[in-house]
Write a protein that binds this ligand. Structure first.
Ligand code: GUN
Ligand code: ZN
Length: 447
């Protein structure tokens, strides 16, 4: 009996991606959400009276969207370093390996201090929620307790999250920021155990070797085994920067490629998401496809750290799952809307040298930001679009907010409005954010 369960009904415009269409425009639809936060129906608005009868709600309780408003699925950030949020927008003058040693490792060392961690993690979860990130795949730091705190804060504030305690047992330039092999294994097991014990409904641990450069073969093996026996997600970095790729070749001479390093250590599964992949070869992409692993495309970071440009068309050709990531703070924006724009821009830059490549369309990047991201995190059975049975993770967008960043005109149809929002919009336009039916933005008073 679904009738008893309806919690909210919305009527107005909805836009989302489907299996067949990167952007489906639904003018005047009604959508019902049940008490557990799941979508129970989405139908044309003219059916509202019949639906009210069948589903047992009162048409007077239907919430009508205003002019200039639409719902879209919440956005998915498939790669973000919560711990690097403090220096977002700065420290962008060095390439990856020097950047890590100079800025990143010293800051990440500070998360032994739980007061510091609480302040930063609260700010980054709030910021990303306001920016419309309903699901985030986080790197924390090597510190177990601070990483657990990030999980608690995401749960408190209502964000869906995968949270990774970072693992690394090699760090020659900043030796105070690393773990011993056994410590990394034991603390990872403790992190997983304690986070799962909390039974947060939407916050889960993810096995997180930082990258092959920072991990011994023994640590990678241990983490592969932990992921295998627990069935958990895995995240790391791969082929971001050419110097890094060369270093990995030297460090793992028995492996055929960077991808082969993760494969050989049991870290390339259908629940693996690898950030960047700018310099992956076709052979490596084939291995990704074969194993069902995905790539997090982080174009802002790739530009800022001068790493490279991912050829998304080639990733698509190899049918490798793909989502968008901000990679805060290699990327200097905590908004997936920024990743959307950079993804389009970098795809256009690639056409200069490769005129046969088609730039990405706004519909395609909309897909990447929502359904693509949820596929990349293997969460597409629960989120990513407005299919009946999925959780209602949604943004209520208003393109006509007073003082907002964009103007619309009478001739602008919804598709144009969505394009303008993707290219010009910001958190001022994201007037409400829902995760599993719960309104998480605006924040409730106690937060
Ligand atoms: N590779 C290993 N660690 C990192 C990190 O923190 N940021 C980025 N962009 N790449 C990495
Ligand atoms: Zn990263």
């Amino acid at each position: 009996d679904t009738a008893a369960g309806i919690a909210r009904v919305y009527r107005g415009s909805f836009v989302h991606s489907t299996r067949d269409a990167a952007l489906e425009i639904l003018n005047d639809f009604v959508l019902g959400v049940d008490k557990s936060g799941k979508i129970t129906f989405i139908e044309e608005g003219k059916n509202v009276d019949r639906l009210a009868q069948e589903q047992g709600f009162n048409t007077a309780d239907v919430e009508n969207l205003g002019p200039g408003e639409f719902f879209m699925p919440g956005m998915v950030d498939t790669h973000i370093h919560a711990s690097q949020y403090t220096y977002m927008g700065t420290a962008l003058d060095l390439p990856l390996l020097q950047w890590l040693n100079t800025y990143t490792f010293p800051v990440e060392s500070r998360y032994r201090d739980l007061k510091f961690a609480r302040d930063v993690y609260t700010k980054v979860v709030k910021r990303t929620l306001r920016n419309g990130t309903t699901t985030a795949c986080y790197f924390a730091t090597i510190h177990t307790d601070a990483s657990l705190l990030l999980g608690q804060i995401a749960d408190d504030l209502g964000q869906r999250a995968l949270v990774g305690k970072v693992c690394m047992d090699i760090n020659p330039m900043v030796p105070q920021y690393k773990e011993l092999l056994d410590e990394s294994k034991d603390e990872t097991l403790r992190f997983i155990r304690e986070l799962l014990q909390k039974k947060y409904p939407r916050v889960k641990p993810v096995v997180t070797p930082r990258f092959a450069v920072s991990c011994s073969s023994s640590l990678l093996d241990a983490l592969g085994e932990i992921a295998r026996s627990s069935g958990l997600h895995i995240q790391s970095h791969i082929s971001e920067n050419k110097e890094e790729v060369e270093l990995v070749k030297q460090l793992f001479p028995d492996c055929l490629s960077y991808t082969d390093v993760y494969l050989k250590h049991g870290l390339l599964t259908d629940k693996t998401v690898m950030a960047h992949g700018c310099h992956l070869t076709d052979e490596e992409l084939k291995i990704f496809h074969k194993n069902g692993a995905s790539i997090s495309h982080c174009p802002s970071s790739n530009i800022s750290l001068m790493s490279g440009i991912l050829n998304v068309r080639n990733v698509q050709k190899h049918k490798v799952k793909l989502g968008l990531g901000t990679d805060v703070a290699g990327g200097y924006s905590a908004s997936i809307l920024d990743a959307v724009r950079r993804a389009i821009d970098t795809s256009k830059v690639l056409t200069i040298e490769h005129p046969q490549l088609r730039p990405l369309t706004f519909e395609e990047v909309f897909w990447l930001a929502t359904l693509g991201g949820s596929e990349a995190l293997s969460l597409d059975d629960r989120i990513g679009n407005f299919e009946v049975g999925k959780d209602f993770d949604a943004l209520r967008v208003n393109v006509s907010v007073p003082g907002g960043p964009l103007d619309v005109f009478p001739e602008d149809v919804l598709k144009v409005i969505v394009e303008k929002f993707l290219n010009l919009g910001d958190d001022r336009n994201i007037v409400e954010v829902y995760v599993a039916g719960r309104k998480v933005v605006p924040f409730s008073g106690k937060e």
